[in-house]
Design a protein around this ligand. Structure first.
Ligand SMILES: C[S@@+](CC[C@H](N)C(=O)[O-])C[C@H]1O[C@@H](n2cnc3c(N)ncnc32)[C@H](O)[C@@H]1O
Length: 282
């Protein structure tokens, strides 16, 4: 089967039918969730901190839901109106922008505490038209330069993608470097045809002091089982982070404020009981 990015431009490929099939497919939901948890691990936001994150190629919001669960606030960009329409129907929390990332971002400098992108970058390796400024290197340069400026210093961007060759990895990393990023490539399960995943880990600032994290090793045995063990660990981590957040007054107030700004109805008033912690009995 042909890779989607070779079939048609993304806004055509992810039309109404494909966008809906993609979002409802439980196998896709599971794989995208696993990669999002791993991207969050590599993003390394200090525990308990609420970050403002950019989800690049957010699609119908599958990753965004995980960013919410982890207690973050996010904005998403995607070029497919059908994908964004589904994200809206699913009432995701993030602010959504219809935009071609190959044109570059127009965000204020230093807007985001970090960025993730799951299964998107390979789309930029295919020319949109025969116009010279639509070539992959031009589009990648605009993308990385404006992403670098949209991120805070220091911060990270973690982009999972599906390269077809080492030349593609080389092209992407060299353009990211020229745009000012440090970092490198992390490959999880490098010897497995099925489980192998490539993450571009980009650092803003840090003077090169940040080490590129290690990829997950093939421990032998059934990769499915390893994935499931990791997912169980992630679920436990997520649950404990969530229960911690719900007790945190600042976090609750911030969320309520955000809902009110978005015009959500029925947001409870702030009171001295908001997210209160229990007083010790003695
Ligand atoms: C495989 S889907 C992944 C969606 C989402 N990240 C997820 O994990 O479910 C790829 C997404 O990248 C988006 N995309 C591809 N090229 C893009 C571009 N040039 N600008 C913005 N979005 C793009 C597509 O519209 C699609 O929603």
């Amino acid at each position: 089967m042909s890779r989607p990015e070779l079939v048609a431009p993304p806004e055509i490929y992810y039309g109404d039918t494909e966008a809906s099939k993609y979002t409802q497919n439980t196998r896709i939901q599971q794989i995208q969730a696993e990669m999002t948890y791993r991207a969050m691990e590599l993003l390394n936001i200090p525990e308990g901190e609420t970050a403002f994150l950019l989800d690049i190629g957010c699609g119908s919001g599958l990753s965004g839901e995980i960013l919410d669960e982890e207690g973050h606030i996010w904005a998403g960009v995607d070029v497919s109106p059908s994908m964004l329409e589904i994200a809206l129907e699913r009432e995701v929390e993030g602010d959504l922008f219809l935009q071609d990332i190959g044109q570059g971002f127009g965000f204020r400098p230093g807007s985001f505490d970090g960025a993730i992108s799951i299964s998107v970058l390979q789309w930029l390796l295919n020319a949109e038209t025969s116009h010279p400024t639509s070539s992959p290197p031009h589009r990648l340069t605009r993308f990385f330069t404006t992403l670098h400026s949209a991120l805070k210093n220091p911060s990270r961007a973690i982009l999972q993608f599906y390269p077809t060759s080492d030349d593609q990895i080389q092209l992407i990393t060299s353009i990211a470097q020229k745009a000012g990023f440090g970092g490198g490539i992390v490959v999880d399960y490098p010897n497995s045809k099925k489980a192998r995943k490539v993450f571009l880990c980009l650092f803003v600032g840090g003077g090169g002091g940040q080490q590129v994290p290690q990829g997950l090793a093939d421990e032998g045995g059934d990769e499915r089982v390893q994935f499931e063990r990791r997912r169980d660990r992630e679920t436990k981590r997520k649950k404990s982070a969530k229960s911690k957040h719900t007790q945190d007054k600042d976090w609750v107030l911030k969320k309520k404020d955000l809902y009110r700004k978005r015009g959500k109805e029925g947001v409870p008033r702030d009171s001295k009981y908001t997210a209160r912690t229990r007083k010790p009995v003695f």
